[in-house]
Every structure is written in C-alpha cells, then in structure tokens.
Ligand binder design. Structure first.
Ligand code: SF4
Length: 264
C-alpha cells in the first residue's frame, strides 16, 4: 500500500449567474486553474447542457407537451450528429481508452460507416462542408439519414456511451411522435425549445486558423479520423476557457474573473 499523498490538480471556484431566456442559472463550479486542453472542461459543459435541457423540458410540460424520446428508440441516432472539435478529441480518446476487443469493434463500426459514406459519394461532401457557412446542412442531413447508418455507439437502439454522449445528442429531445424522427424531412419534428444552444457555443470556442468567427463542426461519424488527423490546440488556463465559453453562450463580455481560490 502506497503512502504517497494523493494529489489533485489546483482549481479555482467560479461563480456564475446567467439569464437564459426566462431561466436564471446560478452555480459555483471548480475549474482547473492551470493550463489544460479545452476538453478538460467538457464535464462542466455537459452538466450545464443537462441543466438547460431539464429546465426546457419543464417549460414544455407547463404547456402540456411531453418529451416522446424513450430508451430503445434510436431513430435520431441515424441522423447526422454535429459536434464541436473539442468533443471530437474526447470521443477519440474515449474509444482509445476502451478495452480490447471493444475498442476494435467500435473502430470497425466507424470504418464501415466511412466506407459506406465513401461509396455513396457523401464522404467528400461531409469532409468539405464542416463549416456552418458551407452548403445546406438540412439537405446534407436528409441525404445522410437516407443511408441508414447507425451511430457506432448505438446498441440495442440505446446509446452505449450515454454519460459521454455529445452535447448535440443531449439537446435533441422531441415532443412530436417518436416515429416522426424516423422520417426526417417528411413529418414535422418538434424539438424542445432551448433558450441557448450549448453545442454551438462549444463549437464557437474552437479557435479557427483563418480567424473567422463562424463555428466549425465535426460530424460524429468522422470524429475519430478527424481527431487523428488534427493536432489538438495548445492548453490554456481553465478559467480563461470557461470565461470564453460563457461569452460565446450569452453573447456578452464577462467583466469579472472567477471569484475565489479553492481546491487542492
Ligand atoms: S452518441 Fe449516443 S445518443 Fe448520440 S447518436 Fe450516438 S448512440 Fe445516439
């Protein structure tokens, strides 16, 4: 048994209170104080997304609408799922950390999907239309869905990485009949109304080499090959990343730094 003391990375506690539509979110969160990759703050963003989605569900219920998404309904998991570059690195690392043979099984599903995309001619369109200022994303989404490619993490019509699922998956909840999601572009799909889109704020956080402001996105189905082909941005101070994220989320500059030191 080791007598070495357990060391935790130093943190600062950030207090925030933001108004999102009719909702006011107030919390204190511990943020790594030192230089970290952006993906280290992903758990914070995921919790925030869950909180915003929960509040949105309550608002829908007040208006008599209930979420129709159920475990075992994986219709939306054959749609084109967008994610931030930060999440693409996380997904790649998540798969890399899986034990064998699961890791090779999941990788094989990604490879099979890529081959299917290539043979249909959609791969090139997906690779070249990553920017939100690119081609019609709705058309691309419908063409993608027609291929019927299940997400590599979909098992028995349920998400096998539920706690780690992308923010866009967390935000995609509908109050229209669940079967409508199996016919995108045909029946009107009614998504819950969110006061903010967390995944786009996260995508906007990723630095663009060309200096423009439009957020970029990576299709989940290409996440691993994309992350393998692109170096991760240099680490930055955790509070700076969080501050910038909230600026992207609220569209407002934030005057005050994190308020209090803490942690180990
Ligand atoms: S990550 Fe999970 S929730 Fe998202 S598309 Fe894949 S299986 Fe569905």
């Amino acid at each position: 048994m080791s007598s070495d003391p357990v060391s935790f990375p130093p943190t600062v506690t950030a207090s925030f209170k933001i108004k999102l539509g009719d909702h006011c979110l107030e919390a204190r969160i511990d943020v790594p104080a030192g230089l970290v990759p952006q993906r280290f703050l992903l758990p914070i963003v995921q919790r925030l997304a869950d909180t915003v989605v929960d509040a949105a569900i309550q608002e829908e219920q007040k208006d008599g609408r209930n979420v129709s998404c159920r475990a075992g309904c994986g219709a939306c998991c054959r749609q084109l799922v967008p994610m931030s570059e930060t999440e693409a690195y996380h997904i790649r690392d998540l798969v890399e950390a899986m034990p064998v043979p699961r890791r090779s099984e999941i990788r094989a599903r990604f490879d099979a999907a890529r081959q299917r995309l290539a043979s249909s001619g959609l791969l090139e369109r997906l690779v070249n239309c990553r920017s939100s200022d690119g081609a019609d994303p709705r058309r691309l989404g419908i063409d993608y869905f027609r291929l019927g490619i299940p997400c590599p993490f979909l098992e028995a019509e349920s998400c096998s990485i539920y706690p780690d699922r992308p923010v866009a998956c967390r935000e995609y909840l509908v109050t229209s009949p669940a079967e409508f999601c199996a016919r995108p572009g045909v029946d009107p799909i009614r998504m819950i109304a969110l006061p903010v889109k967390i995944w786009t704020a996260l995508a906007a956080l990723d630095p663009r080499a060309d200096g423009t402001a439009a957020p970029r996105w990576v299709p989940l189905i290409l996440a691993i090959t994309w992350a393998d082909a692109h170096s991760e941005p240099l680490p930055r101070p955790g509070p700076e990343i969080l501050r910038e994220f909230f600026q992207k989320l609220t569209g407002k500059p934030l005057p005050a730094p994190p308020t209090q030191s803490g942690g180990g």
